[in-house]
Design a protein around this ligand. Structure first.
Ligand code: TRP
Ligand code: SF4
Length: 357
């Protein structure tokens, strides 16, 4: 040490952030659609679980978003919230590492959505690809509503409220994050705080999602009724696999097939070990194995992946899960209020400019 010099600070290793708040922040959420399936897990949740190691994470349940399409019948929303919450925790979201919360328990989402709505041009919303698409697909409901058109504004508020660096989403949501950036940019053009941007533009973090077919061979999706749930017990997984469609060229046991043309083959590629996969390719192409045997192996692989998830789910009670969500919502609310204080001040809203109001 130099005479009279101060002791040098120990060198900090990047991975040992003294304050988790200094890590880059991520935020993401899902609509509460009920029990989650393997597609939800592989396309989002499994990735979120990994992100917890490196980021300051906020994960939420977007219950207000459910109303944009299900406003006429809200009876299932509460149950669906509980199921999604249990699935989040079962999959490995950890309240020690992440803030896990419910959108409607943080009313600042509504406040920011309202304020952002003031400056969002209608044309931007009408151009969102999912807008026309969903209206055409969900013909059983009247989606010519203000709430449905405004969905991306609410989503922008969900995101910008936490001033995150990244938003992990699948490809289907990328356009929404892009619009969020535009909405933020416009806000920042109108308002700032001492020359500083209040709503930084977040980047989307594209979640790589493997091709995951449902039991009928189409993309796994709740609306197709072809899902395997992450909470399905082993017998159910085996039963669903048995009904799964296979390579249409393999009609008889003696017909040769191709796992690359078979939905069961796709499941093997995602969930099976390289050894099992090699046996599948060999056996299928030589007609050395039957589809029933092959499906049994696929079920084995799935059951292995699901076992730790289901163990965790069995270990959590509903009151414990709700307590985690309540505490997470309280913490999210504090973080959200920090942003809203800046937003109100930047917008010179009476709350901050009329002293004592
Ligand atoms: N729109 C998303 C979906 O349908 C859910 C969502 C709402 C969301 N708000 C969000 C995702 C904010 C990421 C960030 O899946
Ligand atoms: Fe599909 Fe397996 Fe049958 Fe081949 S053996 S067609 S991969 S189920």
């Amino acid at each position: 040490m130099r005479p009279g010099g101060r002791r040098q600070e120990p060198i900090r290793i990047m991975s040992q952030h003294p304050n988790p708040q200094q890590r880059p922040r991520v935020l993401s959420g899902m609509r509460p659609t009920g029990k989650l399936h393997l597609g939800n897990y592989m396309g989002a949740l499994a990735n979120w679980v990994k992100l917890q190691a490196q980021y300051d994470c906020y994960f939420f349940i977007a219950d207000w978003h459910a109303l944009t399409t299900d406003y006429a019948d809200t009876t299932k929303v509460t149950d669906n919230i509980k199921e999604v919450l249990l699935d989040y925790l079962a999959a490995g979201l950890d309240a020690e590492k992440s803030v896990i919360f419910l959108q409607s328990r943080v009313p600042q989402h509504a406040e920011l959505a309202l304020l952002l709505g003031m400056s969002t041009p209608l044309g931007w919303l009408e151009r969102v690809p999912s807008y026309k698409e969903m209206q055409e697909n969900l013909t059983s409901r009247d989606l010519t509503t203000y709430g449905f058109l405004g969905y991306p504004v609410l989503m922008s508020a969900d995101i910008l409220l936490y001033q995150p660096d990244f938003v992990p989403v699948g490809q289907d949501q990328q356009a929404h994050v892009e619009l969020t950036r535009e909405i933020a940019r416009r806000f920042n053009q109108f308002y700032s705080l001492d020359g500083r941007e209040v709503l930084p533009e977040p980047k989307s973090l594209l979640t790589p999602s493997p091709k995951l077919p449902g039991t009928d061979g189409r993309k796994m999706s709740k609306s197709y009724g072809n899902t395997i749930l992450i909470s399905d017990p082993e017998p159910e997984v085996r039963k669903k696999l048995k009904t799964m469609v296979t390579d249409p060229a393999r009609i008889r046991r003696t017909d040769k097939g191709d796992p690359d043309k078979c939905p069961v083959g796709d499941l093997h590629k995602v969930f099976s070990t390289p050894e099992t996969l090699a046996k599948v390719y060999d056996g299928c192409r030589s007609a050395g194995i039957g589809c029933i045997e092959c499906k049994g192996w696929a079920a084995d692989s799935l059951v292995q992946v699901l076992a730790p998830i289901q163990e965790r789910r069995a270990a959590i009670t509903e009151p414990q899960a709700l307590e985690i969500m309540n505490e997470g919502s309280r913490r999210a609310g504090m973080r959200a209020e920090q942003t809203m204080t800046e937003v109100r001040e930047a917008m010179k809203m009476p709350l901050t400019t009329v002293k004592g109001a």
